[in-house]
Design a protein around this ligand. Structure first.
Ligand SMILES: Cc1cc2nc3c(=O)[nH]c(=O)nc-3n(C[C@H](O)[C@H](O)[C@H](O)COP(=O)(O)OP(=O)(O)OC[C@H]3O[C@@H](n4cnc5c(N)ncnc54)[C@H](O)[C@@H]3O)c2cc1C
Length: 453
């Protein structure tokens, strides 16, 4: 029987504990979570009839990991409304709908005619140097042209990473896209070929977008957290902040900030870079030296309840993103009550707006009143908001979304190989192996299988 300690009760840590318990019910597994609640960035707050996601909004259903876990816990998934397929991008101070299909792309106003023709010419662009760790921006300009970069790819970097496309690595952030160029020489040619092959098998081929439907649960992402916490019972300890760990003759010793100690055969650090660096500074300074290179900028979220009819734009859709070239002070906005049912009381809309990220980390630190003023000003210009929102809630993440910048893949491999000189020590958190919840859960399942086989 092995003893496993998991430091961090976000969904990486909780799902890892659950998979371990499923595979080896007799093992002693303990999740130590620093906060008074588990779940990390998956956290639903219910107030005044509004259901606000403090962080994670949902998962795409085209990767099975999270929803398969949810099904095993007996949860019913909730797919986003059809309206959520309408996504907008700011162009010249106006919201312009993103084309959702190749046919819509041909007539879309988002790109000029030369811009659209340049995208179609992607099929003729020769394959780049595949060995190079290229930035998302360089890749997009090279293959799709400057305009498509500005209005399609730059907003995508904002929407997923709150990141700077000049620094984000294509192969680390969007490995599938990198592989399409590597294997087919062109994204358009790859799409045509894969569509054709899929049709032959009677299946639907890949589309131009991210694919998949955003999916959550009737009362929000907390349903998944609560179900895991219930299933794990005493294996989750709250208010237990890990301060340091040290190597023993056999196994590891884990020290909490309050002085309590635990012994374990395996220790998994499932927390953000700062906590991992603190915990390992004496025991594994070589890992800390590498981990601190990962940029983890802050994001603040302004959640607003707005009376229906007080905006000129009905805000019926997924929301909008702000390309860097538009120089807005917000990153974008999610129209939550249009994405999922029952997120706002009758007659109200629930809107969440993101501020900060790699593009403007300082703005995330503005005081509450300045953040609200900034968002209200943007909304009056962009959607014609009259007056002020009746419900406001502000959420702050000091370490929000880790940035997989150029060189990330080499850095992650180095961390991986360095960890091998510390048998029994592992890291599982969204700053390695993929930022999405689906990636986190899949990585945890893989580690559980590795540890138990
Ligand atoms: C605003 C925002 C929106 C997002 N939206 C989505 C989305 O819609 N879909 C999606 O797939 N992904 C989304 N993400 C990414 C999401 O963060 C990850 O998918 C996933 O939730 C990360 O889980 P994790 O367990 O790896 O890390 P975290 O959720 O960060 O969990 C780490 C845990 O470690 C704990 N901890 C910290 N220090 C210590 C310590 N010293 N001792 C013990 N415990 C400690 C923390 O309290 C926390 O509970 C979003 C992220 C942010 C910030």
């Amino acid at each position: 029987m092995a003893k496993v300690i998991i430091a961090g009760g976000g969904l990486s840590g909780l799902s890892l504990a659950w998979f371990l318990k499923e595979l080896r019910p007799g093992w002693e597994v303990l999740v130590l979570e620093s906060e008074a609640r588990a779940g990390g960035k998956a956290w639903t707050i219910k107030e005044d009839g509004f259901v606000c996601e403090k962080g994670v909004n949902g998962v795409l259903d085209n990767k099975p990991s999270t929803l398969a876990l949810a099904a095993r816990l007996g949860l019913e998934p909730l797919k986003s409304n059809n309206a959520a397929s309408r996504r907008f991008v700011i162009k010249n101070r106006h919201l312009v709908q993103l084309p959702a299909s190749p046919a819509q792309f041909l007539t879309s106003k988002l790109l000029s005619l030369p811009g659209r023709l340049r995208v179609l010419a992607e099929a003729l662009v020769s394959k780049g140097d595949i060995s190079k760790d290229e930035s998302l921006a360089d890749f997009a300009r090279r293959r799709l042209g400057k305009e498509a970069f500005k209005y399609l790819i730059d907003p995508m970097a904002t929407g997923i990473y709150a990141g700077d496309p000049e620094r984000l690595s294509l192969r680390s952030c969007f490995p599938k896209i990198h592989e399409l160029e590597r294997d087919y020489g062109s994204l358009i040619r790859a799409m045509i070929k894969l569509q054709r092959e899929a049709r032959k098998k009677g299946k639907k081929g890949p589309g131009a977008g991210p694919g998949g439907v955003l999916t959550s649960f009737a009362t929000g992402m907390n349903e998944l957290v609560d179900a895991l916490v219930r299933a794990l019972g005493p294996a989750v300890r709250l208010n237990s902040s890990v301060a340091s760990i040290s190597k023993q003759n056999t196994g590891w010793r884990v020290f909490l900030k309050d002085g309590e100690e635990f012994e374990a055969d395996h220790v998994v650090l499932a927390c953000p870079v700062k906590a991992v660096s603190e915990a390992l500074k004496e025991t594994a300074p070589d890992i800390v030296k590498l981990a601190v290179k990962i940029n983890y900028p802050p994001v603040s979220i302004v959640c607003m309840g707005i009376k229906q009819g007080t905006t000129e734009n009905p805000m019926n859709g997924f929301g909008f993103l702000a390309p860097s070239s538009e120089r807005r002070s917000i990153l974008g906005s999610l129209w939550d009550s249009s994405i999922f049912p029952n997120r706002a009381p009758e007659g109200y809309q629930l809107i969440r707006t993101l501020v900060g990220g790699a593009r403007a980390p300082d703005l995330a630190g503005l005081p509450d009143s300045s953040l609200v003023d900034l968002v209200v000003k943007e909304f009056s210009e962009l959607v014609g908001l009259k007056g002020t929102p009746e419900f406001v809630k502000i959420f702050r993440w000091e370490e929000a979304i880790p940035q997989y910048e150029k060189g990330h893949q080499a850095l992650a491999s180095k961390i991986d190989s360095t960890l091998r000189s510390y048998p029994g020590l592992y890291i599982r958190c969204n700053w390695l192996g993929g930022v999405s919840l689906n990636d986190c859960v899949a990585n945890s399942e893989r580690l559980a299988i590795q540890l138990t086989s």
